[in-house]
Design a protein. Structure first.
Length: 171
């Protein structure tokens, strides 16, 4: 199975005026998108000599028995070992996505709504942007997220542009 099917299912929610998704659909979408990100990150680790050595090390596996935590810790350890902060940022973004997925799957008291979904998408896009700095072929999907200028200031040293991430809703 191609794990992109998880992405396709998760990104397909419609937020138009007439058909708002129910909470269960939002929870499921977050889960599907997380599993796309997880499998894409796992593929990235398996195709990287140094990351795969860490991930597959028996002692490391023993300390990090679940594959979800192990993949986070793999990026974090490599960041520390290599002093390359991008890998630490990847670990943090994956951790955020994992936490949101666990909330969506297990915390039924916590309301999960479209704001949670959009927050997940923004975090997903941040993870994607960090990984493609290292591997342009990873995360080859469109989250429909774009930047929108909030304000712009010209200084003697250059232009400062403040942006925010927004979803463009496609009908």
């Amino acid at each position: 199975m191609d794990h992109k099917a998880f992405f396709d299912q998760g990104i397909s929610l419609s937020f138009d005026q007439n058909t708002r998704p129910i909470e269960a659909d939002i929870r499921n979408a977050i889960g599907r998108l997380y599993y796309y990100a997880y499998h894409e990150a796992l593929k990235f680790v398996q195709n990287n000599e140094f990351l795969s050595l860490i991930y597959n090390d028996d002692e490391f596996k023993e300390k990090n028995p679940t594959s979800h935590k192990r993949i986070l810790k793999t990026f974090a350890k490599y960041s520390t070992d290599s002093q390359n902060l991008i890998y630490g940022t990847i670990s943090r973004h994956l951790g955020n996505l994992h936490t949101m997925r666990c909330t969506a799957d297990y915390d039924l008291i916590q309301v999960v709504n479209e704001n949670n979904y959009f927050s997940f998408i923004a975090n997903f896009e941040s993870l994607k942007q960090e990984i493609i700095k290292i591997d342009v072929g990873s995360f080859n999907v469109d989250t429909k997220l774009k930047s929108e200028n909030i304000t712009q200031t010209d200084t003697e040293f250059g232009k400062i542009v403040v942006k925010k991430k927004v979803l463009r809703l496609v009908e």
